[in-house]
Design a protein around this ligand. Sequence first.
Ligand code: UGA
Length: 438
Amino acid sequence: MKITLIGTGYVGLVSGAVFADWGHDVVCLDIDEKKIEMIKKGIMPIYEEGLEELVARVISDGRFIATTDYEMAVEHGELVFICVGTPSNESGAADLSYVYSAAESIGKYMKEGEYKVIITKSTVPVKTNESVEASVRKGGGTKKLDFDVASNPEFLREGTSIYDANNADRVVIGSQSKKALDLLETLYSQLQTTIVKTDLASAELIKYAANAFLATKISFINEISQICERTGADVKSVALGMGLDNRIGPKFLNAGIGYGGSCFPKDVEALYRTSSQNFYDFRLLRGVMDANERQKHYFLEKLWDKYGTNLSKYNFGILGAAFKNDTDDTRKSVAIEIIKILRGSGAKMKLFDPAAMENAKKELGNEYITYAKSAEEVFEKADAVIILTEWKEFGSLDYKNLASKMKEKVVFDGRNLLEPKEMKALGYEYFGIGRHRV
Ligand code: UGA
């Protein structure tokens, strides 16, 4: 099939490369010339396991073109996917200006007599696709354009997005047009998965409902971790016992410092806005957001309790800046928020993250913060080491030998990567989240 994707962020670039890998003819467009030049040279604008190799392969096979040429890109695709960003605006609602401007440009460059399906993959609030249709017609002016709109939300996770695109739990496609649904079903027919065919509004809402539910699961276990702290129960045991009920499932039950990233905070907030705009008070979601905000403060309170609120005498080793493991993304990272609060209290810090050092430097600069070349280096002369991102390797460092490098053997584990008993046996004072006190 001939496919065009507009926007080369996580969603557009990964989906484009994967579609090309499936044998389709793909054009990926971005208005950012720098990004397109980088992609052409094989340098990926995002860090994603396996993406560089995949893009290099599909480019050399002649099935993937990156371009800034809108006219060519729109002409190419029978399926045109909108994959641009939908950041939060000041009020917390999704800013849809990039979506509408892409839709208008599609209308501008589309020709009469050429049928296309225009599909929104970006996460957009319910009913947006009705306006996408209007924007395409606006861009087309007096032309009589033949197209259908569809919604095909993306469920990939950063860090594992190529795997996710090839092993989707499900594919969701929504449209009022059977022709559009059939074409999209053909595109995805090679995946061994369930294809949910539905109307536009339901497809749009599925994405928000899924992200909001996952965020709720995280906030739920974070709230349970607080009960654990107050009763002596252990949140890992509780999560294990809950997760073995297959109606609940074990995933997304890791208590920590709260969820972050470019999706959950924005999407939960936007769904809350949608409900308010539709005169519905979605109180549960308000609670999810509040719990997430409180969770980082509960973690910080462990430090305040030990050191007081003036931290100017202390040097901390910090492990992690990315919003989660296996990514260099620091957008809405709770790790970054916590580092900023610690800096505000005068703490000096040495930071290491396996992938997010560049982004961390951009966000944090050099004031009170130095950057280490390895995880081990942050232990040197530290009053405490603070784990903020759930990188697997932080759980398997040689804590026995590292203890001797520290000024004080103290670890604050914001991701529950370590076992309290084992840390105590190595002579550490250990603070987890909702873990057994030892
Ligand atoms: C999330 C969804 O998982 C994807 O399905 C969705 O496609 C994507 O948003 C999106 O809307 O584009 P992602 O933002 O990559 O994917 O990150 P997640 O793996 O979901 O993690 C989000 C946050 O929750 C991270 O800060 C992570 O540390 C935190 N988390 C996750 C926990 O605190 N505990 C858990 O048990 C799991």
